[in-house]
Write a new protein. Structure first.
Length: 147
């Protein structure tokens, strides 16, 4: 998705504002610095857990980090991340989407939806973004960080 091209730029901006470099950020988040470097180069996208770790570390919205919003919302109080399967069901109900309709619109595999809804697996940032765009909701809502 084209909008994800903003992730490296946003991550660089947040790192600059916080005064951290890739090795320091990686150490804080308990991951390899090569992973952070790949995010900064646009080679790799964060998985669910890493996306949550990044937005919590920088205390910004997931929508800002992923390029949906231009407002980082630093002052906003975010809720703890909800179990994704529960929050995903809530989002589909709230926005009036069936699994079938959402799968067809996003072109994400049926198997992925099944695994997310049963808690077997968590989505990557690109899938969260596709879902949020289709549902016209916030990624932070999909994460349960806002109600």
């Amino acid at each position: 998705m084209d909008i994800l091209s903003k992730l490296p730029e946003r991550l660089k901006e947040l790192m600059f504002d916080k005064g951290v470099n890739p090795p320091k950020l990686a150490k804080q988040l308990k991951m390899g610095s090569n992973t952070i470097t790949r995010y900064l180069q646009g080679i790799r996208l964060p998985n669910f857990q890493t996306l949550v770790a990044l937005v919590e570390y920088f205390h910004c919205s997931a929508d800002f980090l992923l390029g949906i919003s231009d407002q980082p919302q630093y002052e906003q109080t975010f809720l703890p991340v909800a179990p994704f399967a529960e929050q995903f069901r809530k989002a589909m109900e709230t926005y009036g989407f069936s699994q079938y309709a959402l799968q067809k619109k996003t072109k994400i595999s049926w198997n992925s939806f099944h695994q997310w809804l049963t808690g077997e697996r968590l989505p990557y940032a690109d899938s969260l973004l596709k879902i949020a765009v289709e549902m016209e909701c916030s990624v932070d809502f999909l994460l349960g960080r806002i109600s």
